[in-house]
Every structure is written in structure tokens, then in C-alpha cells.
Design a protein around this ligand. Sequence first.
Ligand SMILES: Nc1ncnc2c1ncn2[C@@H]1O[C@H](COP(=O)(O)OP(=O)(O)O)[C@@H](O)[C@H]1O
Ligand SMILES: [Mg+2]
Length: 230
Amino acid sequence: MKEIEVRNIPELPYYVTEALNQLRISLGFAGENVKSIMITSSIPDEGKSFVTMQLWKMIAEVGNNVVLIDGDLRNSAMREDFGLKMEGELNGIVHALAGKCRFDDAMYSTNIQNAYLMPVEIHVGNPVNLLEGRLFRELLDVCRKEFDYVLVDSPPLGAVADALNIGPKTDGCLLVVRSAFTPRKQVENSINLLQRSGVPIIGTVLNRADTSKKGAYYYNKYYHYGDYKE
Ligand SMILES: Nc1ncnc2c1ncn2[C@@H]1O[C@H](COP(=O)(O)OP(=O)(O)O)[C@@H](O)[C@H]1O
Ligand SMILES: [Mg+2]
């Protein structure tokens, strides 16, 4: 298996690490049938990819095998944001879902032990066929068997239907809500969409909550565990 180096892993303040760690532990208590998880939100820039990557790293650090599947085929910023060293000919999720390479050829080990990655190697204007296709379901089934956890980063729910294509093929989702940013109506709409599509909401993440008058910038709090059930 080829390796991709993840060069940009930000050091987080203690309380952010602590909140994310609680999220990781809570996932462990969601039941042994909760292994594949989509991370989604209502609008862009709420922190989906940030939460996904941090959770991925933490799950790996405690010794679980975990794969991060980049499901943001239209607009992934992972390459720049995570400083992924992806050079030359590269297979990724787009080739795999189009049947142009084997799943194994689109999967990479990383410099984080136990953490594997299936990146978006090329953006796709309309990935609906790829996400609705047989191969995507197969990919998730295979990964679910091979890894302890499968995290699927996704586009926002508000703009396109991609997340509603991804979600039902996973065991459930984490809904990221960026504090003081996302309109309440949008969050309600997202919850409705997920429920109507039969995607269990395993938990919600209140991201970047400013809890101190001093203006803490980094904060990431997990709350409402299991409030929303089908
Ligand atoms: N808790 C946080 N603390 C600091 N920066 C954050 C936090 N969550 C997200 N960010 C930053 O905000 C920007 C948008 O986050 P991102 O994860 O890319 O959002 P999304 O995937 O929902 O569009 C990124 O630059 C990311 O690093
Ligand atoms: Mg993102």
C-alpha cells in the first residue's frame, strides 16, 4: 500500500483535545454496530473536515484501525488544509467509484499509525452517479469489515444532495453545528432531511463555541449525545 504524508496536523489547545477525546469515547459507547460514520453539517465552513480529521487521528492514536473516506467529491479542501503530500499519478475515491482502479489502489496508509485515507484525487462536478452507484455501497461494506471505524467526510446538507446519498449507506452521522454561525432554521432543516432519509443522528458537535468572555478561539464541544433517534 502506498503512503500519503499528512503534513499539517495542528496542535490543539488542551480543552479542544479534551472535547474531541470525549467525542471519541462517546462514539465507542454508541454500540458495536456503529462503525461507519458520516460527518456532515448544514452549510460550508462549519468544521466538518476539521472534526473528521481530528477524530480520525485520535481514534488511530488509541490503537484502532480507522479509514477516512473523503466524500466531498465536488469541493474537497483536504489536500491543502491537511497538507497532504499527493504527487504524481494518483488514484483516489473518484477512480475507485468509477471502476477505474481497485479499492486497494485508492487507499493509502499515512504517517499516522493505524490511520488510512481514501482521498479525493480530482474534483467532480456532479458526483451523484458515483455516490448512488453500486461501488460506493460496496466500498463502505468492505471498509466496515476491514476497519474498526470508517469516517466519511461529506459536503454540507444545505447545498447538494450528496450527503443524503452517503448517509443511508453508513451506520449514522455526526451533525456538526458551528456556534453563532449557522442559522437555527438551517440546523432544523438538516435534522429533518436526515430523519426523512433514514440517517440516524448519532450525535451533534457544537463547534467553535465561544465559552469565555475572553474570546477563546478554539473550542469544540460535544453535546446532545443520542438525542435524535429515528
Ligand atoms: N474548532 C475549530 N477551531 C479552529 N478552527 C477551526 C475549527 N473548526 C474548523 N476550523 C477551521 O475553519 C475552517 C473551515 O473548517 P472546515 O473543517 O474546512 O469546514 P467544512 O468542512 O465544514 O466546510 C478551516 O480552516 C478549519 O481549520
Ligand atoms: Mg469540508
